[in-house]
Design a protein around this ligand. Structure first.
Ligand code: ADP
Length: 245
């Protein structure tokens, strides 16, 4: 039995013979906030696609909390506790902020749990608590369409958290945000990292520096190197890859 939240061994994903991931090995401890960087085409999105079950690997093992999730369908991996936030917010624009969160909380109710009168982790989460967590209490009754881009990102993170994931996968959460909004999203992720394991894919290096303790650099479908920001930024292999972009 592994104590890792995520353990990926020798993972290869081929698309018509092209290896988007090439013998990639990666592991993460529970409670870690890990940032993944890498040039375009390095395999970052494919890496998240494999964890969520959207893409099936050609070779290798993917263990989530010690359980091999390779052949498990996407919706069941989500139920096991893997939540993903895509780059573009997917909130219901005509509903208020509170209604969006309410929907997300209730989406997770199982029929069996409701019949038995059991509260799941998600049901115990109150909309009020989620509003506080994402810093949107003053905007609770505003239509989501009226939120700024950064507020929408935070709302969607709240909708994800409403479903009580253990591992959060977050794809470029600050692309196109102002400096202030970027900092707010960073603070939110740092707060969530106290009770979740989180993987963030990001390009904005200043943001990476704000949130990252440990960074993994992907290149051509494999891990090029791992370390803290200072180690990464001074690594000749990383400098070469980024200068060649
Ligand atoms: P990143 O997110 O780091 O930019 P991706 O994971 O999107 O990288 O892509 C890695 C490589 O795999 C790219 O060269 C991309 O063109 C290729 N790729 C991704 N998905 C597919 C697919 N469905 N079919 C064919 N090639 C793909």
């Amino acid at each position: 039995m592994t104590s890792k939240i995520l353990e990926i061994q020798d993972l290869t994903v081929s698309f018509d013979g092209f290896r988007a991931l090439n013998h990639l090995t990666f592991s993460m401890n529970p409670g870690e906030l890990r940032v993944i960087i890498g040039p375009n085409g390095a395999g970052k999105t494919t890496f998240l696609d494999v964890i969520t079950g959207k893409v099936q690997p050609t070779e290798g093992r993917v263990l989530f909390q010690g359980k091999d999730i390779r052949k498990i369908p996407e919706y069941r991996i989500a139920r096991l506790g893997v939540g993903r936030k895509f780059q573009t917010p997917r909130v219901y624009l005509n509903l208020t902020v509170a209604e969006n969160l309410d929907l997300a909380v209730n989406r997770n109710k199982s029929v069996w749990g409701t019949l038995m009168g059991q509260a799941t982790g998600a049901e115990r989460r109150s909309v009020g608590g989620l509003l506080e967590t994402v810093g949107l209490t003053p905007k609770a009754h505003l239509a989501a369409a009226l939120l700024s881009h950064g507020e929408k990102q935070r709302l969607e993170i709240g909708m994800l958290v409403a479903q009580s994931p253990t591992l959060l996968l977050v794809d470029e959460p600050v692309a196109g945000l102002t400096d202030e909004e970027t900092e707010n999203v960073g603070d939110l992720l740092l707060a969530l990292a106290e009770s979740h394991s989180i993987i963030v894919i990001e390009h904005d290096m200043e943001f990476v520096r704000q949130i990252a303790r440990k960074v993994t650099v992907l290149h051509q479908g494999s891990v090029l190197c791992e370390g803290n920001m200072d180690q990464i930024q001074n690594d000749p292999k990383v400098i070469e890859v980024y200068l060649g972009e």
